[in-house]
Design a protein around this ligand. Structure first.
Ligand code: NI
Length: 169
């Protein structure tokens, strides 16, 4: 089993805008398998390439529901519902921090699969939520950026205090 290191807030790669994937060779499938294993081990439901130190535009999701284990390459959110909802999010790159974030309830995504084949998907529920969260990672955006400033400062202060010893300098 290959476990990948998960980069955490403060690591510069999480703030970069990922490059498009242009080469769909078989090594990509091996990397995706390692990402799924890492995701499962970390008990998460989504993992984006920048979180494993790769500044490229792809992510995986696995909600543990049938048909919801999907890899998205070069994704574009082409439609989102006007209807929004609140849902408590967390992020493997900011362990221990959870907060209600408002987002559209439904999205339509166009992307490529691991072989480069184009597909389109309409998502709602938890799948729509995780797709938007992971898509943000490709733009260098973390879910804490979507909180009100006061809540963000308070939670990140507590996070820093807890993780000070482990943080990279
Ligand atoms: Ni995240």
């Amino acid at each position: 089993m290959v476990m990948l290191d998960i980069y955490t807030i403060g690591d510069e790669v999480l703030r970069e805008k990922g490059d498009r994937v242009t080469k769909f060779d078989p090594s990509l499938a091996i990397l995706i398998d390692a990402m799924y294993e890492t995701l499962e081990e970390a008990d998460g439901i989504g993992l984006a390439a920048p979180q494993v130190g790769i500044s490229k535009r792809f992510f995986i999701v696995d909600t543990r529901r049938p048909g919801e284990r999907i890899a998205f390459f070069n994704p574009e959110i082409v439609e989102m519902s006007h209807e929004v909802g609140m849902y408590e999010e967390g992020c493997l790159s900011i362990p221990g921090v959870y907060y209600d974030i408002e987002r559209p309830l439904k999205v339509t995504v166009q992307a490529q699969d691991v072989t480069g084949k184009a597909f389109q998907l309409e998502a709602d529920g938890i799948l729509a939520r995780v797709i938007q969260h992971e898509y943000d990672h490709l733009e260098g955006i973390l879910f804490v950026d979507r909180m009100e400033e006061g809540a963000r400062e308070r939670l990140l202060k507590a996070y820093d205090k807890k993780h000070r010893k482990e943080r990279k300098r």
